[in-house]
Write a protein that binds this ligand. Structure first.
Ligand code: KG4
Ligand code: ZN
Length: 340
């Protein structure tokens, strides 16, 4: 049976639509990213995000269908992100999908955005073995999962406060660097060869949970102690490129270490694990990718990470989840809502 799924993603600041077939994989992957619209604000402005989703949704879905050379008549189900996310953004793709599916008599499938990320590595690597561990690290989420099969996973640890990407973004803001922080911090760290200048605390949190807010505070107070930041005026007193390089590099090395520590701990508890996947926007980071890959090599563990276009938010991962849910007969009804 060859199923053709239209996947739609609008949970935050990306408008994504893609067509996936169980026989040939991804046929199209249309995307509009609002990053430039939010740079000014140092983070995603929810009202702006939903307005922009509304402007782009029709043309992006049309592009996905056209690029795949299909019409709605060829689509077996519309898979749409219905949780979690910014309500105003989620509602745009969700209402659009419901109306589209209803008016064309097509089935609809609600998809958890995190599940989209967790299985995104399959878009490039269809034969990842089970069970495997998955680190999902993005601007909104950080978690460590044990993945037993398609749609079958358990959270071993999650962030108790900020997400890893949020730590990059917030510390970038502290250093007067633009949003999103991850890519610019990686660039600065590379310039100084990923040296660990400040040795920030690795005590992320007990067990397999993460806590990146503590790391953010540690960086802030380290800057204050060195006389480089004024808490009263919230101003960076040393705006030198060198300081930014040193903070960026120490931060990146620290976050990579935290991930390795957690995976090491999880492996002790789950010896049957066959592979590690690393997904989400932070998985665009080449340094963390290399660190995790070497970590796995030393333990005879397979390592997989999606191509970068599937790390950040996209419709393809939602279409992929939709495809195995459709194969499993797990369709939603028209009473589907966001967050349900
Ligand atoms: O998955 P994503 O596009 O959106 C969410 O679901 O949040 O992730 C965006 C996050 C941002 O916090 C951004 O700073 C981070 O991914 N990011 C990176 C890199 N590229 C993007 N973090 C570290 N290194 C990168 N190269
Ligand atoms: Zn995401």
């Amino acid at each position: 049976m060859n199923l053709t799924i239209l996947g739609i993603e609008t949970s935050c600041d990306e408008t994504g639509a893609a067509v996936y077939t169980t026989k040939d994989g991804i046929l199209s992957n249309a995307l509009y990213s609002q990053i430039d619209e939010h740079t000014l604000f140092g983070g995603v402005l929810p009202e702006q995000a939903s307005r922009s989703q509304l402007k782009k949704i029709t043309s992006i879905v049309r592009k996905a269908l056209t690029d795949a050379n299909v019409t709605m008549e060829n689509i077996d189900a519309v898979a749409v992100t219905n949780r979690p996310g910014l309500p105003g953004s989620l509602l745009v793709g969700f209402c659009f999908s419901k109306a589209l599916a209803w008016s064309t008599n097509t089935k609809i499938i609600g998809v958890n955005h995190l599940e989209g990320h967790i299985f995104s590595a399959f878009l490039d690597h269809p034969n990842i073995p089970f069970p495997h561990l998955c680190i999902t690290a993005s601007g909104g989420h950080t978690s460590l999962c044990l993945v037993h099969g398609f749609g079958d996973y358990e959270f071993l640890g999650e962030t108790l406060d900020d997400a890893a990407g949020e730590a990059f973004d917030k510390i970038a803001k502290l250093l007067n660097l633009p949003y999103p922080g991850g890519p610019v911090i990686e660039k600065l760290a590379r310039e100084v060869n990923f040296q660990d200048f400040f040795k920030y605390t690795r005590k992320s949190s007990k067990g397999l949970n993460f806590s990146f807010s503590g790391l953010k505070t540690a960086v802030l107070y380290d800057l204050v102690d060195r006389g480089f930041y004024d808490l009263k005026t919230k101003k960076l007193l040393n705006d030198s490129h060198e300081l930014k390089q040193h903070v960026a590099s120490s931060l990146l090395v620290c976050i990579a270490d935290v991930f390795k520590q957690k995976v090491k701990k999880a492996l002790q508890e789950q010896p049957e694990v066959q592979a590690l996947t690393f997904v989400g926007g932070v998985a665009c980071n080449n340094y963390i990718r290399e660190q995790l890959e070497n970590f796995c090599k030393n333990r005879n563990l397979a390592f997989y990470t999606p191509s970068k276009k599937y790390c950040t938010d996209n419709g393809a991962m939602i279409a992929f989840v939709g495809s195995y849910k459709a194969e499993q007969g797990k369709f939603s009804d028209y009473y589907l809502d966001i967050f349900k």
